[in-house]
Design a protein around this ligand. Structure first.
Ligand code: ASP
Ligand code: MG
Length: 435
C-alpha cells in the first residue's frame, strides 16, 4: 500500500461534471488499496473572478482581505469534491490549508510555507478517509492570519504535504499530458518529456514554463519528493520530475508502455519562453566604483526581482556606461519611478524602457559536458534572422532576449536545431489554460 498526494488544477475541477469525473478517478485509486490525499485548486477561473470582484469594490483591496477572499475558491472545490466522493460510497473529508497544518510566514499574496503539521490529515487517513485539502493557502505562524501562496500555489501545497506525510509520489494533474520540450501551443511538434531532473525542472520553471510553480519544484528538490505531472483527462504516463529512477510499482499499470522515460539523457531537455519581462536601460552611468551597487540597491529596495544584467561601455560618452537589466513587466513603473528619484545621486543621463521583448531559454544538464551547444542556438537564430538583444547563461541554461514579435519563431527554431521535434503530435491540451 502506498500513500499518494494528488493535486487537481482548476481546469480539472471546472464544473460539476469534472468534479464527478475526478471523484471517480480518486475512488478508482482508493479501491486498489492506496491512501490518497487530494489537493484542489479553485474551480476553473474562479480565482480570477474573485480578484475581479475585489477590484470592483476597491481599486486597492487590503491584502489581508484579498487573501481571505481568494482562499474561498479552493474551499468551494474541496467541499464539492468531498461530496462527490461521498456520493460514490467512499469516505472523504475536506480541510482548509490551516486545518491541514500548512503554516506560512506572514506575507499576504505570496506567503512561504515554513512548516507543515498534518496531524489531522493523518488521522483522517487512519480513519479510512480520502483527505481533501484546499490548495494555495495557509495560516501565518505569528499573526494567525490566513495567507495565500501566490498564483499557482496549489502545486506547492501538494508537494509540501507530500514531503510532510512521506508520500511515495506527488501527482500533479492538469489539462496537459506532462511537461513538454516546448509549449505545444507554439511548437506543435513538441514532445512529452519522460523524466527530468529537479535541477532542469527548476530552470524550466524559472524560465517561464508555467506547468509547475517554481517554489513547488524547489520544495520537491529539497525533500526529494518524486513529482509526476500528468493529465486528469487521460490515463497516460506523464512526466516524472525526480533525480532517482522511477520505482516500478509507482508506474501506473493503466498507462501505455513508456519508452522515453528510460531513454538516455538528452543534451537539451527543453526550450522555455517568457513574455512577462521588460528591459530597462540606464543610459550614461558614471563608470566609477559603487554605481551598480547604488542602482541595484534602489531596485532591491522596491522588492523587485531582476533577471539578466548587461553592462556596456557607452559608445558616445567616454567614462560612462549603459546598464540594462530585465525585470517583471508588472514592476516596470515602480522600477522607473525609484530610479528617476535617485537620478541625482546616481548621476545617469536617462532611462529607456522596452516591454516588447521575449526571453527564450534552452535547458539541459547535458550541456555541461557538450561544447558547442551555445553555437547551435546562435546559428539557429541567425538562420531565422532573429537579432539577439541580451544573453545570459548558467551551467545548464542559455537564455537570450529577442523582440517579443519574433519570440515564437525563435522558440521553434531552437527546438528544431536541437532535434527535439517529433513527428507524432502527442501534445493534446484537453482543457484550455494549461493548468
Ligand atoms: N487558484 C489559485 C490560482 O489560480 C491557485 C492554484 O490554482 O494553484 O492561482
Ligand atoms: Mg488555478
Amino acid at each position: 500500500m502506498s500513500l499518494v498526494v494528488q493535486k487537481y488544477g482548476g481546469s480539472s475541477v471546472a464544473d460539476a461534471e469534472s468534479v464527478k469525473r475526478v471523484a471517480r478517478r480518486i475512488v478508482e485509486y482508493r479501491k486498489s488499496g492506496h491512501d490518497v490525499v487530494v489537493v484542489v485548486s479553485a474551480m476553473g477561473d474562479s480565482t480570477d473572478d474573485l480578484i475581479d470582484l475585489a477590484k470592483e469594490v476597491s481599486p486597492i483591496p487590503p491584502a489581508r482581505e484579498l487573501d481571505m477572499l481568494l482562499t474561498a475558491g479552493e474551499r468551494i472545490s474541496m467541499a464539492v469534491l468531498a461530496m462527490a466522493i461521498a456520493n460514490l460510497g467512499y469516505e472523504a473529508q475536506s480541510f482548509t490549508g490551516s486545518q491541514a497544518g500548512v503554516i506560512t510566514d506572514e506575507s499576504f499574496g505570496r506567503a512561504r510555507i515554513i512548516d507543515v503539521t498534518p496531524g489531522r490529515i493523518r488521522s483522517a487517513l487512519d480513519d479510512g478517509n480520502v483527505a481533501i485539502v484546499a490548495g494555495f493557502q495557509g495560516v501565518s505562524q505569528t499573526t494567525k492570519n490566513i495567507t495565500t501562496l501566490g498564483r499557482g500555489g496549489s502545486d506547492t501545497t501538494a508537494v509540501a504535504l507530500a514531503a510532510a506525510l512521506g508520500a511515495d509520489v506527488c501527482e500533479i494533474y492538469s489539462d496537459v499530458d506532462g511537461v513538454f520540450t516546448a509549449d505545444p501551443r507554439i511548437v506543435p511538434s513538441a514532445k512529452k518529456i519522460g523524466i527530468i531532473s529537479y535541477e532542469e525542472m527548476l530552470e524550466m520553471a524559472a524560465s517561464g514554463a508555467k506547468i509547475l510553480m517554481l517554489r513547488c519544484v524547489e520544495y520537491a528538490r529539497r525533500y526529494g519528493v518524486p513529482v509526476h505531472v500528468r493529465s486528469s483527462f487521460s490515463q497516460r504516463q506523464g512526466t516524472w520530475v525526480t533525480d532517482s529512477p522511477i520505482p516500478e510499482d509507482l508506474r501506473t499499470s493503466t498507462t501505455e508502455p513508456e519508452t522515453d522515460a528510460s531513454m538516455e539523457q538528452a543534451i537539451i531537455s527543453g526550450v522555455a519562453h517568457d513574455r512577462s519581462e521588460a528591459k530597462l536601460t540606464i543610459v550614461g552611468v558614471p563608470d566609477v566604483p559603487g554605481k551598480a551597487a547604488e542602482i541595484f540597491r534602489t531596485i532591491a529596495g522596491q522588492e523587485i526581482d531582476i533577471d539578466m544584467i548587461v553592462q556596456n561601455i557607452s559608445t558616445r560618452d567616454p567614462g560612462r556606461t549603459d546598464i540594462s537589466f530585465t525585470l517583471p513587466m508588472a514592476d516596470g513603473s515602480k522600477a522607473m519611478e525609484s530610479l528617476e528619484a535617485a537620478k541625482g545621486s546616481i548621476g545617469f543621463h536617462h532611462l529607456q524602457y522596452d516591454d516588447q521583448i521575449g526571453k527564450l531559454s534552452v535547458i539541459g544538464a547535458g550541456m555541461r559536458s557538450h561544447p558547442g551547444v551555445t553555437a547551435t542556438l546562435f546559428d539557429a537564430l541567425s538562420k531565422a534572422h532573429i537579432n539577439i538583444d541580451m544573453i545570459s547563461t548558467s551551467e545548464i541554461r542559455i537564455s537570450v532576449v529577442t523582440s517579443a514579435e519574433l519570440l515564437d519563431t525563435a522558440v521553434r527554431a531552437a527546438h528544431s536545431a536541437y532535434g527535439l521535434d517529433t513527428a507524432d503530435t502527442e501534445a493534446i491540451v484537453y482543457g484550455g489554460t494549461g493548468r
